[in-house]
Design a protein around this ligand. Structure first.
Ligand code: FA5
Length: 349
């Protein structure tokens, strides 16, 4: 063995040792590529350099050094591939650890919603009235002056308009309905008697808002038309409604009143559900709670929709739904229904 051979082989062994040590320290794909270029790169790789320089060696050295260099190259190629696999495996393991899913954890509880107290009251109203044969109708919240007022016997200069201060869309023509009573007209225009209808929906009044008055609230309207109906039927229906909604022991009282579209007209009260009529803060010490308006449908209204008042007669009534819900649930602030405060709403599951 000549000195030159020994030198070449020593250099190869040192290169191999250095390359192997550096490879062990590489931890990224980019690092691997740098390492490969440094030792095995076609242009400037150290080992490639040695292989390229073989031609300058004496022929007897060329073979031995060439074999040794090729063996180192094969070794480094293999080690590179092994290191690449090892890094990939480590990366996969790290990803698995990152995305680890503990299937033994208890599931997250999805909070259960519940029906809004106003909707609960509406459902009960629909059920109670449905049992008495009343069918539910739905109608427009944007109305014409004709349906909201004129067809209900309230001409433009009528003082009854002062009671329902109105949100106009086109002044004098189109408005947000102030009551569900215009639906009486729509229902009668669309069917022949007998009629047994209830209407539930939002109404709008330009009100000064306080604990018992909203500018947007709900009403329920009842309408019955046939050939024999009397005020006794009105009373019977209202009494049954009140007892189903507020308890079998409820008493109902009718007081004469005035609505332009009913004649005679009456407002009705129930005895106070808080003190049973003895007098308390809830009923302002009167023993009675106001429920709504009612009366026999005025003959002019019947004539207006093409019903012959000498053949057909009927009654109508209307109540505020928020007021009903307030009484049922003991709520003393009407605005609580629309402010979406969960502390309030969660009490009515
Ligand atoms: C009417 O609206 C008539 N349409 C009722 C009627 C129907 C009479 C059919 C005859 C025949 P009134 O303006 O009194 O009537 O309102 C009826 C009910 O709505 C009241 O008893 C009350 O419970 C409710 N109400 C009225 N104004 C408000 C308000 N600002 N906020 C909450 N509820 C209200």
């Amino acid at each position: 063995m000549t000195t030159a051979q020994t030198q070449e082989e020593q250099a190869l062994a040192a290169l191999r040792e250095r390359a192997v040590a550096e490879l062990a320290a590489v931890t990224t794909g980019d690092g691997l590529e740098e390492w490969r270029t440094r030792y095995l790169g076609r242009e400037r790789g150290e080992l490639t350099g040695i292989l390229k320089g073989l031609g300058k060696l004496a022929p007897d050295q060329r073979k031995a050094v060439g074999q040794a260099a090729n063996a180192v190259k094969a070794d480094l190629d293999r080690l590179l591939e092994e290191r690449r696999q090892a890094l990939r495996a480590a990366e996969r393991a790290a990803a698995l650890e990152r995305e680890r899913l503990d299937v033994t954890l208890p599931g997250r509880v999805i909070p259960r919603g519940h029906v809004h107290p106003l909707s609960q009251t509406i459902r009960d109203i629909v059920r109670v009235m449905g049992e008495m044969g009343f069918q539910l109708y739905d109608g427009p919240e944007v109305e014409t002056d004709y349906y909201n007022f004129q067809a209900l016997n309230i001409p433009p200069d009528h003082p009854a308009r002062d009671m329902q201060d109105t949100f106009w869309i086109a002044p004098g023509q189109i408005l947000l309905r102030t009551q569900t009573s215009p639906m009486q007209i729509h229902v009668m225009e669309h069917m022949r008697p007998p009629v047994r209808a209830i209407v539930i929906g939002k109404v709008y009044r330009n009100e000064a808002i306080d604990a018992s008055h909203e500018a947007i609230f709900h009403q329920v309207e009842g309408l019955l038309i046939d050939e024999t109906c009397t005020m006794a039927d009105l009373r019977g229906v209202v009494e049954r409604f009140a007892r189903e909604m507020f308890g079998a022991e409820r008493k109902v009282r009718f007081r004469p009143s005035y609505f332009p579209f009913t004649e005679p007209s009456a407002e009705f009260d129930i005895d106070c559900i808080n003190c049973n009529g003895a007098g308390c803060r809830v009923c302002k010490y009167s023993g009675w709670l106001e429920m709504g308006g009612s009366g026999m449908v005025d003959p002019r209204v019947l004539r207006g929709v093409g019903y012959d008042p000498s053949v057909y007669r009927g009654f109508a009534f209307g109540l505020g739904i928020e007021r009903i819900a307030m009484l049922r649930y003991g709520i003393d602030e009407i605005r609580a229904f629309s402010t979406n405060d969960l502390r309030f709403l969660r009490q009515f599951t």
